[in-house]
Write a new protein. Structure first.
Length: 239
């Protein structure tokens, strides 16, 4: 009887020890599960932040792309307009030089002719017969016609100068149609701005690709929990 009681007591002690070990194992497993849950929660929060940053960067890239397209269009239009204005100014300047040269030559020729006529008139005797007086009147009338021609040429020169000023004003008005920041920028500055925008866009695209790689790495995260009873639990993050 005593031997039976001793066996029962030993068996009870073994069961108690085993139950204690199982409780300890369960507590350890629970701690591991809690740790995994906390880690999973932390990773999920980081993933949310990455997704928000990704969305923000996508919006910035879209804004940059719109700005780049708009700036490229404005730059192209401005370059074409500036080239047309340069050609127009060169054409007007050439016409002005040619007209001034022409009018100067005509003025010199007429002045020389008038000088010769004046010398001829001074050398004549105004007390001659009526026939000679008629010739003198005819000469004076011819001189008056030449004076009128000079005045007409000068009037034409003034008119051409007015047209040139109007053309220059038209050029200035074309420039006024562009944005203030574009009017103050040269072609080199516009190209530098475009290169800067393209560089920013490339850098943001590279950063976005890095974020995508980080997300792929998060998807590969897993944690293995081994139970003392021999079972293994694999906890993976579903992103």
């Amino acid at each position: 009887m005593r031997l039976y009681i001793a066996d029962v007591a030993d068996q009870a002690a073994k069961i108690s020890v085993e139950e204690h070990m199982q409780c300890t194992t369960i507590q350890t497993l629970q701690k591991d599960l809690d740790s995994v849950k906390n880690e999973t929660k932390k990773v999920m929060e980081e993933n949310d932040q990455i997704n928000k940053a990704k969305a923000q960067i996508c919006l910035q890239i879209l804004d940059k792309q719109k700005k780049t397209v708009s700036l490229e269009s404005d730059s192209s239009t401005l370059s074409q307009t500036m080239e047309l204005m340069r050609q127009e100014v060169l054409s007007l300047s050439g016409k002005l030089v040619d007209q001034r040269t022409h009018y100067k030559k005509v003025n010199e020729d007429i002045s020389e002719q008038l000088k010769q006529q004046q010398e001829w008139v001074n050398a004549q005797n105004f007390g001659l017969e009526t026939r000679e007086g008629s010739c003198e009147i005819t000469t004076f009338e011819a001189a008056q016609v030449k004076f009128d021609k000079i005045e007409q040429l000068r009037s034409n020169l003034v008119s051409e100068n007015d047209k040139l000023r109007q053309s220059l004003e038209a050029v200035k008005n074309k420039m006024a149609e562009f944005k203030p920041e574009l009017r103050g920028m040269g072609e080199k500055s516009l190209e530098e701005e475009l290169h800067a925008l393209l560089s920013d866009k490339a850098g943001e695209a590279e950063y976005l690709q890095t974020l995508q790689h980080q997300i792929m790495r998060l998807k590969e995260i897993s944690h293995t929990v081994r139970c003392s009873c021999g079972w293994e639990y694999i906890v993976k993050l579903d992103v």
